[in-house]
Design a protein around this ligand. Structure first.
Ligand code: ARG
Ligand code: ZN
Length: 862
């Protein structure tokens, strides 16, 4: 445990300080004597001097004490420099052996080797391997692994590691062993092992060159029936990567293990992915459609890492977006291909705006390739992942499909087997794309969301329209002055009279501060459709009227732009309500009515389009967030929409009723529209709404309908509310993933007493901070419930800080991830800001704080 002095100024790591490693480790032999209480790790590293530096070998450790250190078979001299093992070596090549003992069952950080549900598993990215054995724990040291595991055969009948199984056998005293060999050199963050009592759902996949791959999804026996969807998604991903990127799988086995205690979504360890069980387990009774889609997306994401991440890894952690941004882009494209691409794009943009835009506008803003960090775990952010994906997407848009494919082919062939940089990737885009990306590279170095103002003029009687575009990039911490960036904007002009377009869609690259574009052949005042498909991750400001937006929401031929026009109309209406007290709901009501009545649209799209922007998103647009006013105004609009269009909502509700459960895109869309409609019927105050919701809740044959109805009831105050929550709890009390939904549904409620309920739920017997999913389901969900969290009393802030401090003692990484909502203090009134700051100060002054929390709290106060 660190004391208060040492946490005061933890070490800052800078990108510009990168140096190639002094020693390489071409091979390692690892021997594990596995036991939950004490595991002995015996490692033999073949080390080779790299370059001319005559320095000693320095091996990273974290909480390790060497029991023995031998060099070339003899006891060696060594010393510790903090946690680092320093071994003086004379020659250019040596074998270095170390022995350490670790205690998996006391590992509450869930980094390194730890116990989950009686099984043992690992998580090494980013710097967990140093909690298992002494090693140069950096991604540019690539090593061939041979792993031997020994364990009690009854408790741990299954022993898995990376690569291919080599041999196994029985030992005395009920013990057994297994050996695995991974032929591909890899960085240590991709090491994994699993020992446990697991059942497997097996499948096979034959690659296009004829390699038969044995697939396995490993879970507890009782969960075996819930693994089919993940297995199917894996096969689909493998075929997709061959077809779309020409990438084939390279080993004879591919295993996935699901564990309940996991710090994030999943991990791409070579040949042995380890997953948070929420991204594997699904059946209709316990998983929503959203869960099903997330499972397919994460399975694909981790599988795709085999090329974008494993075959080509990162030179250093500043390059994290090289593998994460690209892999997110790949999984988004995969998911878009499985159903409605338009709805997928809407979901991805909504996620970007909910998580990344606020990050980019706050004290934790950082470029997708950061310049410095204290704790790399804090940089697994929406910026690295989601904005990183948008940056790849922009390059794909500018290059076009053929050149983009040529560029990724070039990247994969040129850098296979190496640890690469973002710069390497961009250079491949430039070469194969025959394009100069010098200025575009600013996307890698400048933080902050660019803003574009667009205004279109047309002189009556003329044949010409003039579009003026201006960009600005806001100042962010450490970056007061910004350069103009390259913004690829897809745009199109429409005629108001008949809805036809003036010419085809154009791709405009805005690279100056200001630029003017003339359109010829425009005989009347046109309506501007801009940033179609969300071609650039920017904020667009236009002077388009409510009538223009309503027009686009009904006539634009780009579905994303239609959605966007509706969102903007709703947003403008709500902001006017917050600022001026009164606002005209009629244009929104009419636009929603049009969308609901448009028979050419599918249910999934309609359901997205008619949803109001979230309270958080409205707040993000305002100079000072007024959480109570936003809640009031948004609820009033919801009520009005519900009441005025009650007939249409009831029609949509009935039309999307299904006789039997199916998982097709159409069936999923119908379920979504059904619950959205129910929400509006309820918001309108229909006397039978709670009854309708309760009926849906009870009759549901799937979790989407059931949780959808529960959410509607949990927001209201009918006598059915408590009944439904109790029934739900009792029905699923043995299913952790569904109980998480029970906690989060209540934490997200719009009721006046949500803060009290959340404080009570934190004392519920099923609440624990030790399980990250459970911690996030209550604490994480509550902190994005804008009105409840920002209760004027400041109690919400205190609650969050108390939970964070308690969690920091167990699991700093997961705790630090939940801190950012407190860092938004600048966006609130003086009274709230002061209370938020006080909690951040209290966190920072706590003795023994982890460096994860220190970094987040300190940056948040600046
Ligand atoms: N590489 C993993 C993934 O994106 C996530 C690892 C997260 N690590 C962390 N320290 N937060 O698939
Ligand atoms: Zn990833």
């Amino acid at each position: 445990m660190l004391d208060a002095q040492t946490t005061a100024q933890p070490h800052v790591i800078r990108r510009e300080d990168y140096r190639a490693p002094d020693w390489m480790v071409p091979e390692i032999a690892l021997d594990f004597d596995l036991d939950a209480a004490v595991t002995t790790v015996h490692a033999v590293l073949k080390v080779e001097r790299n370059g001319s530096d005559a320095g000693p070998l320095r091996l990273d450790g974290d909480g390790l004490t060497p029991e023995s250190v031998r060099v070339d078979g003899r006891e060696a001299e060594y010393h510790m420099d903090g946690d680092t093992l320093v071994v003086p070596l004379d020659g250019a090549m040596h074998h270095v052996e170390t022995v350490v003992r670790i205690a998996p069952e006391r590992n509450t950080q869930l980094m390194g080797l730890y116990a989950s549900g009686g099984n043992l598993c690992t998580q090494c990215e980013a710097e967990g391997f140093r909690r298992i054995t002494f090693f140069p724990d950096r991604p540019d040291v690539l090593t061939r692994y041979r792993v031997r595991m020994e364990a009690d055969k009854t408790r741990y009948p299954v022993l898995l590691s990376n690569g291919d199984p080599v041999a196994s056998g029985d030992l005395d005293h009920g013990r057994h062993w297994a050996e695995w060999n991974d032929p591909f050199p890899k960085p240590c963050y991709l090491f994994a092992l699993v020992a446990g009592d697991l059942a497997v759902n097996r499948g096979t996949f034959t690659t296009r060159s004829g390699r038969e791959v044995q697939l396995g999804i490993w879970v507890r026996e009782k969960d075996l029936a819930k693994t089919e969807h993940a297995l199917e998604a894996l096969k689909t991903s493998m075929a997709w990567d061959e077809r779309v990127y020409g990438r084939e799988y390279d080993l004879d086995v591919f295993n996935i293990v699901a564990v309940d205690d996991f710090n994030f979504g999943a991990m791409e360890n070579k040949g042995l992915n380890i997953f948070n069980s929420r991204y594997i387990l699904a059946d209709p009774d316990t998983a929503t459609d959203q869960d099903y889609d997330a499972i397919a997306g994460v399975v694909a994401h981790e599988y795709f890492h085999n090329w974008s991440g494993n075959r080509i890894t990162c030179r250093d952690w500043f390059q994290l977006s090289l593998k994460e941004g690209f892999t997110v882009f790949r999984d988004q494209s995969f998911s878009a291909d499985q159903g409605s691409a338009a709805v997928k794009r809407i979901e991805d943009v909504r996620a970007l705006r909910a998580a990344q835009f606020p990050e980019d506008a706050g004290p934790l803003a950082h470029p997708i390739r950061p310049d410095s960090f204290i704790e790399i775990s804090n940089f697994y952010t929406a910026t690295i992942y989601n904005k990183g994906a948008e940056v790849i997407r922009m390059m794909a848009t500018m290059l076009g499909p053929q050149k983009f494919r040529a560029a990724t082919d070039l990247y994969f062939s040129r850098f296979d087997g190496t640890a690469a940089t973002c710069e390497d990737f961009v250079r491949c885009m430039e070469e194969a794309g025959e394009i100069d990306l010098s200025q575009f590279r600013l996307w890698y170095s400048q933080a902050g969301t660019p803003r574009v103002t667009a205004s279109l003029s047309h002189e009556q009687g003329s044949d010409r329209a003039l579009l003026t575009l201006r960009q600005s990039v806001p100042a962010t911490p450490g970056q007061p002055d910004k350069q103009p960036m390259v913004l690829p904007l897809k745009l199109k002009l429409f005629s108001e009279t008949d809805g036809s377009a003036f010419g085809p869609e154009q791709l405009v690259l805005l690279s100056d501060l200001e630029s003017e574009i003339a359109f010829e052949g425009v005989s009347e005042r046109p309506v501007l459709s801009i940033n179609r498909g969300f071609s650039a991750p920017v904020v667009i400001e236009t002077d388009r009227s409510a009538a223009d937006l309503a027009f686009l929401s009904a006539h634009d031929d780009d579905p994303f732009a239609r959605y966007e026009a509706m969102q903007q109309l709703m947003l403008d209406t709500m902001i006017a309500g917050v600022l001026h007290g009164r606002t005209d709901h009629a244009p929104v009501i009419e636009a929603v009515a049009n969308t609901l009545g448009d028979e050419r649209l599918d249910a999934a799209f309609i359901a997205e389009a008619v949803l109001l922007p979230s309270e958080n998103f409205v707040g993000d647009q305002m100079a000072t967030v007024d959480p109570d006013a936003i809640h009031r105004v948004r609820e009033a609009l919801r009520r009005d929409l519900g009441r005025s269009l009650e007939g249409l909502w009831r029609q949509a509700y009935e039309a999307s009723r299904a006789d039997r459960f199916e998982l097709t895109p159409a069936a999923k869309g119908a379920r979504r529209l059904r619950t959205v409609s129910l929400g509006y019927i309820n918001a309108g105050g229909a006397p039978d709404a709670a009854g309708l919701a309760f009926l849906q809740f009870e009759q549901a044959d799937n979790m989407s309908d059931r949780q959808g109805a529960l959410g509607v009831l949990a927001n209201g105050s009918s006598d059915k509310r408590v009944a439904a929550l109790d029934i739900f709890y009792n029905r699923y009390s043995d299913n952790g993933l569904v109980l998480d939904k029970w906690f989060s549904t209540q934490a997200l409620s719009g009721r006046d007493d949500t803060l009290d309920q959340v404080e009570q739920l934190a004392r519920h017997k099923d609440f624990t901070l030790a399980n990250p999913n459970r911690a996030r389901s209550l604490v994480g969900a509550f902190s994005v419930n804008q009105r409840a969290f920002h209760d004027a009393s400041g109690r919400g802030y205190r609650f969050l800080a108390d939970q964070l401090l308690a969690l920091d003692k167990l699991n700093p990484q997961t705790a630090a991830k939940l801190l950012p909502p407190l860092g938004r203090w600048r966006r609130f009134d003086a009274d709230r800001a002061e209370k938020m700051r006080a909690e951040l100060e209290r966190i920072l002054a706590t003795p023994g704080l982890s460096k994860d929390m220190f970094e987040q709290a300190e940056r948040s106060l600046k």
